[in-house]
Design a protein around this ligand. Structure first.
Ligand code: GTP
Ligand code: MG
Length: 199
Protein backbone atom coordinates (compact mmCIF):
# COMPACT_ATOMS: atom_id res chain seq x y z
CA UNK A 1 0.00 0.00 0.00
CA UNK A 2 1.13 3.53 -0.69
CA UNK A 3 0.40 6.37 1.68
CA UNK A 4 -0.30 9.36 -0.53
CA UNK A 5 -1.50 11.70 2.15
CA UNK A 6 -1.06 11.86 5.92
CA UNK A 7 -2.32 14.70 8.07
CA UNK A 8 -2.64 15.41 11.76
CA UNK A 9 -6.31 15.50 12.74
CA UNK A 10 -6.66 16.06 16.49
CA UNK A 11 -5.17 15.39 19.94
CA UNK A 12 -7.73 14.19 22.46
CA UNK A 13 -7.61 13.72 26.24
CA UNK A 14 -10.45 11.14 26.17
CA UNK A 15 -12.45 9.13 23.65
CA UNK A 16 -15.33 11.55 24.04
CA UNK A 17 -13.17 14.09 22.21
CA UNK A 18 -11.86 11.75 19.46
CA UNK A 19 -13.09 12.17 15.86
CA UNK A 20 -16.77 11.37 15.56
CA UNK A 21 -16.64 9.66 12.14
CA UNK A 22 -16.51 5.89 11.77
CA UNK A 23 -13.26 5.37 9.82
CA UNK A 24 -11.09 2.42 10.84
CA UNK A 25 -8.32 3.13 13.35
CA UNK A 26 -4.96 1.45 13.91
CA UNK A 27 -3.36 2.33 17.23
CA UNK A 28 0.31 2.25 18.25
CA UNK A 29 1.13 1.56 21.86
CA UNK A 30 4.15 0.51 23.88
CA UNK A 31 6.54 1.70 26.54
CA UNK A 32 7.52 5.28 26.56
CA UNK A 33 10.43 5.90 24.14
CA UNK A 34 9.98 2.59 22.27
CA UNK A 35 9.54 4.47 18.98
CA UNK A 36 5.77 4.78 18.39
CA UNK A 37 5.85 8.29 16.97
CA UNK A 38 8.98 7.58 14.89
CA UNK A 39 7.33 4.49 13.39
CA UNK A 40 4.24 6.46 12.39
CA UNK A 41 6.46 9.02 10.64
CA UNK A 42 8.41 6.25 8.90
CA UNK A 43 5.25 4.48 7.69
CA UNK A 44 3.85 7.75 6.34
CA UNK A 45 7.17 8.94 4.94
CA UNK A 46 6.38 12.17 6.75
CA UNK A 47 9.03 13.59 9.05
CA UNK A 48 7.57 15.56 11.96
CA UNK A 49 4.02 14.28 11.49
CA UNK A 50 4.03 12.71 14.96
CA UNK A 51 6.23 14.48 17.50
CA UNK A 52 9.22 12.42 18.59
CA UNK A 53 11.74 12.98 21.35
CA UNK A 54 14.84 11.40 22.83
CA UNK A 55 13.24 12.14 26.20
CA UNK A 56 10.54 9.62 27.21
CA UNK A 57 6.97 10.71 27.88
CA UNK A 58 6.60 12.99 24.86
CA UNK A 59 3.15 11.82 23.75
CA UNK A 60 0.51 12.54 26.39
CA UNK A 61 -2.71 12.58 24.41
CA UNK A 62 -4.51 10.37 21.90
CA UNK A 63 -3.32 11.64 18.50
CA UNK A 64 -5.23 10.92 15.32
CA UNK A 65 -3.63 11.11 11.86
CA UNK A 66 -5.86 10.73 8.83
CA UNK A 67 -4.32 8.61 6.07
CA UNK A 68 -5.37 8.89 2.40
CA UNK A 69 -8.58 10.47 3.73
CA UNK A 70 -9.69 6.92 4.49
CA UNK A 71 -8.44 5.61 7.83
CA UNK A 72 -6.56 6.71 10.92
CA UNK A 73 -3.25 5.94 12.53
CA UNK A 74 -3.46 6.68 16.24
CA UNK A 75 -0.41 7.56 18.35
CA UNK A 76 -1.00 6.76 22.01
CA UNK A 77 1.03 7.81 25.05
CA UNK A 78 3.58 5.28 26.27
CA UNK A 79 2.91 3.23 29.37
CA UNK A 80 5.10 2.74 32.38
CA UNK A 81 7.38 5.76 32.30
CA UNK A 82 8.78 5.56 35.84
CA UNK A 83 9.67 9.25 36.10
CA UNK A 84 6.06 10.31 35.70
CA UNK A 85 4.28 10.68 39.02
CA UNK A 86 1.90 7.90 40.01
CA UNK A 87 -1.04 10.25 39.42
CA UNK A 88 0.08 10.98 35.84
CA UNK A 89 0.77 7.30 35.16
CA UNK A 90 -2.68 6.31 36.43
CA UNK A 91 -4.33 9.00 34.36
CA UNK A 92 -2.50 7.89 31.21
CA UNK A 93 -3.24 4.23 31.86
CA UNK A 94 -6.93 5.02 32.27
CA UNK A 95 -6.93 7.02 29.04
CA UNK A 96 -5.25 4.17 27.15
CA UNK A 97 -7.54 1.51 28.66
CA UNK A 98 -10.65 3.52 27.88
CA UNK A 99 -9.54 4.06 24.29
CA UNK A 100 -8.63 0.41 23.72
CA UNK A 101 -11.68 -1.12 25.39
CA UNK A 102 -14.33 1.31 24.23
CA UNK A 103 -13.32 2.79 20.89
CA UNK A 104 -15.56 1.05 18.36
CA UNK A 105 -13.54 2.23 15.34
CA UNK A 106 -10.37 0.55 16.62
CA UNK A 107 -9.61 -2.43 14.37
CA UNK A 108 -6.07 -3.33 15.41
CA UNK A 109 -3.57 -2.44 18.11
CA UNK A 110 0.13 -2.58 17.28
CA UNK A 111 2.15 -3.23 20.43
CA UNK A 112 5.69 -1.92 20.01
CA UNK A 113 8.59 -3.73 21.62
CA UNK A 114 12.23 -2.63 21.64
CA UNK A 115 13.97 -5.54 19.91
CA UNK A 116 17.11 -5.17 22.02
CA UNK A 117 15.57 -6.28 25.30
CA UNK A 118 14.32 -9.51 26.75
CA UNK A 119 10.61 -9.76 27.41
CA UNK A 120 9.77 -7.21 30.13
CA UNK A 121 7.04 -7.79 32.68
CA UNK A 122 5.18 -4.60 31.83
CA UNK A 123 4.98 -5.47 28.11
CA UNK A 124 3.97 -9.03 28.83
CA UNK A 125 1.22 -7.89 31.18
CA UNK A 126 -0.04 -5.48 28.56
CA UNK A 127 -0.12 -8.17 25.86
CA UNK A 128 -1.86 -10.62 28.22
CA UNK A 129 -4.42 -7.94 29.05
CA UNK A 130 -5.14 -7.36 25.33
CA UNK A 131 -5.56 -11.11 24.83
CA UNK A 132 -7.86 -11.46 27.82
CA UNK A 133 -9.88 -8.49 26.58
CA UNK A 134 -10.20 -10.02 23.08
CA UNK A 135 -8.62 -7.01 21.41
CA UNK A 136 -7.06 -7.79 18.01
CA UNK A 137 -3.38 -6.93 18.14
CA UNK A 138 0.00 -7.52 16.52
CA UNK A 139 3.56 -7.05 17.73
CA UNK A 140 6.00 -4.61 16.13
CA UNK A 141 9.63 -4.91 17.14
CA UNK A 142 11.36 -1.53 16.84
CA UNK A 143 14.95 -0.27 16.50
CA UNK A 144 16.15 -3.33 14.56
CA UNK A 145 18.99 -1.18 13.16
CA UNK A 146 20.61 -1.36 16.61
CA UNK A 147 21.29 -5.12 16.20
CA UNK A 148 22.65 -7.35 13.47
CA UNK A 149 19.86 -8.81 11.31
CA UNK A 150 20.41 -12.32 12.70
CA UNK A 151 20.40 -11.13 16.32
CA UNK A 152 17.26 -9.06 15.65
CA UNK A 153 15.52 -12.10 14.23
CA UNK A 154 16.51 -14.42 17.07
CA UNK A 155 15.47 -11.87 19.71
CA UNK A 156 12.07 -11.46 18.06
CA UNK A 157 11.55 -15.20 17.76
CA UNK A 158 12.49 -15.75 21.40
CA UNK A 159 10.13 -12.98 22.52
CA UNK A 160 7.25 -14.51 20.55
CA UNK A 161 8.08 -18.02 21.73
CA UNK A 162 7.69 -16.91 25.36
CA UNK A 163 4.02 -16.15 24.69
CA UNK A 164 3.42 -19.84 24.13
CA UNK A 165 3.49 -20.53 27.86
CA UNK A 166 0.06 -18.95 28.01
CA UNK A 167 -1.33 -18.45 24.48
CA UNK A 168 -2.07 -21.03 21.82
CA UNK A 169 -2.46 -18.75 18.82
CA UNK A 170 0.30 -16.17 18.52
CA UNK A 171 -0.30 -12.72 16.99
CA UNK A 172 1.47 -11.63 13.79
CA UNK A 173 4.76 -9.82 14.35
CA UNK A 174 6.94 -7.43 12.38
CA UNK A 175 10.60 -6.43 12.68
CA UNK A 176 11.06 -2.73 11.92
CA UNK A 177 13.43 0.21 12.03
CA UNK A 178 12.45 3.84 11.71
CA UNK A 179 16.06 4.51 10.69
CA UNK A 180 16.38 2.03 7.80
CA UNK A 181 12.63 1.78 7.06
CA UNK A 182 12.84 -1.99 7.46
CA UNK A 183 9.40 -3.58 7.82
CA UNK A 184 7.55 -0.65 6.26
CA UNK A 185 5.96 -2.57 3.39
CA UNK A 186 5.04 -5.51 5.61
CA UNK A 187 3.21 -3.34 8.14
CA UNK A 188 1.45 -1.28 5.46
CA UNK A 189 0.41 -4.41 3.54
CA UNK A 190 -0.97 -5.89 6.72
CA UNK A 191 -3.06 -2.76 7.33
CA UNK A 192 -4.26 -2.86 3.74
CA UNK A 193 -5.32 -6.49 4.11
CA UNK A 194 -7.40 -5.61 7.17
CA UNK A 195 -8.85 -2.54 5.45
CA UNK A 196 -9.94 -4.76 2.54
CA UNK A 197 -11.83 -7.07 4.89
CA UNK A 198 -13.74 -4.08 6.27
CA UNK A 199 -15.10 -2.82 2.99
P1 GTP B 1 6.81 8.60 23.86
O1 GTP B 1 5.89 9.43 23.01
O2 GTP B 1 7.63 9.41 24.79
O3 GTP B 1 6.11 7.49 24.56
O4 GTP B 1 7.92 7.92 22.90
P2 GTP B 1 7.72 7.18 21.49
O5 GTP B 1 7.46 5.73 21.72
O6 GTP B 1 6.77 7.90 20.62
O7 GTP B 1 9.22 7.26 20.90
P3 GTP B 1 9.81 8.26 19.80
O8 GTP B 1 9.30 7.90 18.44
O9 GTP B 1 9.65 9.67 20.26
O10 GTP B 1 11.36 7.80 19.80
C1 GTP B 1 12.12 7.80 21.00
C2 GTP B 1 13.60 7.83 20.66
O11 GTP B 1 13.99 6.63 19.98
C3 GTP B 1 13.97 8.97 19.71
O12 GTP B 1 15.24 9.45 20.10
C4 GTP B 1 14.05 8.29 18.34
O13 GTP B 1 14.92 8.93 17.44
C5 GTP B 1 14.57 6.92 18.72
N1 GTP B 1 14.10 5.89 17.74
C6 GTP B 1 12.83 5.60 17.43
N2 GTP B 1 12.76 4.60 16.51
C7 GTP B 1 14.03 4.26 16.24
C8 GTP B 1 14.65 3.28 15.37
O14 GTP B 1 14.00 2.51 14.64
N3 GTP B 1 16.01 3.21 15.38
C9 GTP B 1 16.77 4.01 16.16
N4 GTP B 1 18.10 3.85 16.11
N5 GTP B 1 16.25 4.94 16.97
C10 GTP B 1 14.90 5.06 17.03
MG1 MG C 1 5.50 9.43 21.06
Amino acid sequence: MIIKKSEFTISSPSIARCPSDTKAEYAFIGRSNVGKSSLINMLCNHKGLAKTSAKPGKTLLINHFIINNEWYLVDLPGYGYAKNSKTVRNKLEQMIAQYILQRKQLVNVFVLIDIRHEQQKIDREFVDWLGESNIPFSIIFTKADKLSPSKAKSNALLWMKKLEDRWEALPPYFITSAETKAGKEEVLDYIEQINNTLE
